[in-house]
Ligand binder design. Structure first.
Ligand code: ADP
Ligand code: MG
Ligand code: ZN
Length: 471
C-alpha cells in the first residue's frame, strides 16, 4: 500500500419538510401522517393547467427563523423559480424552488459554514411495488420543503453525522419540522471528494437516499475509501450521482454527469417577488424575538448552571421530555448529577421497557426527594432504583413509599452490628479464612449482610463494621 495521504472534503444538502397547516402553494392540508392516498389534493398541487399558486407565509417564516437561528442573512429581495424537469411525481413539469435569490444566505451550524437555505415544494410520491404499473400519491405534492446547503468544509464522516443531528434538533426546537429521517421528513445528500492536495478539490460525487444518521456516516466512509482505492490504482473518479444501498452497505452509480439535468431555471411568473424588508414581522430583530432557547444555548446553560456530565447534557438537550422533567426535579445544583443519573439510566430504562416517553406516576418532586434521601444516607442506590420503579407504577409520597416498602437504608450502626455478629457466628469458616489473610472473604460477609437487610444497608458501612468486629 502506498503512503499517500488523501484529504476528504464533504458538503451536505439537506431537505426538510416543514410543519405547516397547509401546503406550500395551496390550501390543502399538510399532513405527513395521512395514509389514504390522494386525500389532501386540489388542482393546484396536482399541477392542473390554469391554476395559480399562492405563497404560504408560515413556511417562509419557518425558514427565516431557521436562518436567523444559524446567524444567516435574510434576503432583502427573494423570488421563486421554476426548476424544469419531467417526472410522474412532478406533474406541472417543474418544481417551484429558489435559485438565484434564496431566503437565507450564510450562517453556521455545528461549526459548519452554510451556503444558503431556501424554500421549495416537495414532490408527489410514486409507488412501483404492485402490478406492472406505477401509482402516484399527491398527498406530499407541494408540501413546503426547506433546503439547506453547506459549504464544502466538512472533512470526516463523524462531523457530517453530528451536523445532521444538530440540524434535526434545531428544526424540532423551532417547531419547523419533525425531521424524522426514517419517515423521509429530513433527507440528506452528501457531496464527497478526496484530494492529495488539501488546497485543491477532487472530483465530487453526490450520494442520495441517506435516510438515517448511520447511513450518512457509513456512506461517506464508504465513498471516501472507494475514491482512495481508485486513485491508488491510477484511475479517475467520475463525477456522478450515486445511491446508498443500506443492505449491502455500498453506494452504486445512478447517473453520470453527462446526463445530468439542465433545469432551465427562470423566475416563476405566477408568484410575486418578495421584498422581505418591507414586511414588519420578517425583520431580523422581530424574527429573533420569536426564537426559543436554541440547542447550543441550552447545552451551555446545562453545562455551566447544572455542572453535569457532558454525555448527560447531550442526552437531555436532545430530548425535551427528559429535559423538562430534569429541570423541574433539580431543586439544588448539588443534586443535579444524582438526579440526572437516575433519570437517564433508571427512568429511561423503565420507559424503554414500556415503549413510551411517559413518566408513569413518577413526578419530578419524587426524584428531588430521592436525591435528598441518598445524600442523607437514607437510601442505597439499590433502594433508589426499586423506589423509582414503584413510584413509576403506583405513584405516592416519596419517603412514605420508601418506608412502606422497607427501602429505607439501615444506617443505624448498632442495629447493623447485631445483624453482622449473627452472620459472623453462622460463617465460622469464612471468618477463619479472612483471619488467615484472605481479605477478599469479607465480601462474602458483606453480601450476607446486604441479604439480611434486604439490600437496604450501605455496603461500605457493613464492611467497616465487619473489619472492626473481626479485628
Ligand atoms: P452543484 O452545482 O453540482 O449542485 P454546488 O457547488 O451547488 O454543486 O454544491 C453542492 C454541494 O456540494 C454543496 O453542499 C457543496 O458544499 C458541495 N461541494 C462542492 N464542491 C465540492 C467538493 N469538491 N467536494 C465535496 N463537496 C463539494
Ligand atoms: Mg446541487
Ligand atoms: Zn392542493
Amino acid at each position: 500500500m502506498s503512503e499517500k495521504k488523501y484529504y476528504p472534503t464533504i458538503g451536505l444538502e439537506v431537505h426538510a419538510e416543514l410543519k405547516t397547516n397547509t401546503k406550500m402553494f395551496c390550501r390543502c392540508k399538510n399532513d405527513p401522517d395521512e395514509e389514504k392516498p390522494n386525500s389532501n389534493v386540489c388542482p393546484v398541487c396536482m399541477g392542473h393547467p390554469g391554476t395559480l399558486p399562492t405563497i404560504n407565509k408560515e413556511a417562509v417564516k419557518h425558514v427565516l427563523r431557521m436562518g436567523v437561528a444559524v446567524g444567516g442573512t435574510i434576503a432583502d429581495f427573494t423570488e421563486f423559480d421554476r426548476k424544469n424537469y419531467f417526472y410522474p411525481d412532478i406533474p406541472k413539469g417543474y418544481q417551484i424552488s429558489q435559485y438565484k435569490y434564496p431566503l437565507i444566505s450564510g450562517g453556521e451550524l455545528s461549526g459548519v459554514a452554510l451556503t444558503r437555505i431556501h424554500l421549495e415544494e416537495d414532490t408527489a410520491t410514486s409507488k412501483h411495488d404492485e402490478g406492472d404499473y406505477s401509482l402516484v400519491d399527491f398527498n406530499r405534492s407541494s408540501v413546503p420543503l426547506m433546503e439547506l446547503v453547506t459549504e464544502p468544509v466538512i472533512h470526516d464522516a463523524e462531523t457530517a453525522g453530528k451536523f445532521a443531528k444538530e440540524l434535526q434538533l434545531l428544526l424540532r426546537y423551532l417547531g419547523a419540522g419533525d425531521a424524522n429521517m426514517e419517515k423521509g421528513e429530513m433527507r440528506v445528500e452528501a457531496n464527497i471528494s478526496i484530494s492529495e492536495d488539501p488546497k485543491v478539490f477532487g472530483t465530487k460525487v453526490e450520494v442520495k437516499n441517506l435516510n438515517s444518521f448511520k447511513a450518512v456516516e457509513k456512506a461517506i466512509a464508504y465513498e471516501t475509501e472507494r475514491h482512495r482505492l481508485l486513485l491508488e490504482n491510477g484511475e479517475k473518479i467520475s463525477q456522478e450521482t450515486r445511491g446508498w444501498d443500506e443492505n449491502t452497505g455500498k453506494t452504486f452509480s445512478q447517473r453520470k454527469k453527462e446526463d445530468s439535468h439542465d433545469y432551465r431555471y427562470f423566475p416563476d411568473p405566477d408568484l410575486p417577488k418578495l421584498k422581505l424588508r418591507e414586511v414588519e414581522e420578517f425583520l431580523p430583530e422581530n424574527i429573533r424575538a420569536t426564537l426559543p432557547e436554541l440547542p447550543w444555548q441550552k447545552r451551555k446553560r446545562y453545562e455551566s448552571h447544572f455542572g453535569i456530565k457532558k454525555d448527560d447534557v447531550d442526552m437531555l438537550v436532545s430530548n425535551a421530555h427528559l429535559a423538562d422533567f430534569f429541570e423541574k426535579a433539580v431543586n439544588k445544583k448539588e443534586n443535579a448529577q444524582t438526579i440526572s443519573n437516575y433519570l437517564l439510566s433508571d427512568v429511561v430504562s423503565i420507559q424503554k421497557g414500556n415503549n413510551t416517553n411517559s413518566f408513569g406516576s413518577l413526578i419530578p418532586k419524587n426524584l428531588s426527594e430521592i436525591a435528598e434521601m441518598i445524600g442523607d444516607n437514607l437510601l442505597s442506590s439499590r433502594g433508589a432504583k426499586d423506589l423509582i420503579a414503584i413510584l413509576y407504577t403506583n405513584g405516592g409520597e416519596t419517603k412514605e413509599t420508601a418506608e412502606k416498602n422497607g427501602l429505607i437504608q439501615k444506617s443505624d450502626p448498632e442495629a447493623l452490628k447485631a445483624v453482622l455478629a449473627e452472620i459472623i457466628n453462622l460463617n465460622p469458616k469464612v471468618v477463619e479464612e479472612y483471619k488467615a489473610g484472605k481479605v477478599a472473604s469479607i465480601q462474602f460477609l458483606v453480601g450476607q449482610g446486604m441479604k439480611a437487610t434486604k439490600g437496604s444497608a450501605n455496603p461500605k458501612m457493613l464492611q467497616d463494621i465487619l473489619i472492626t468486629l473481626l479485628s
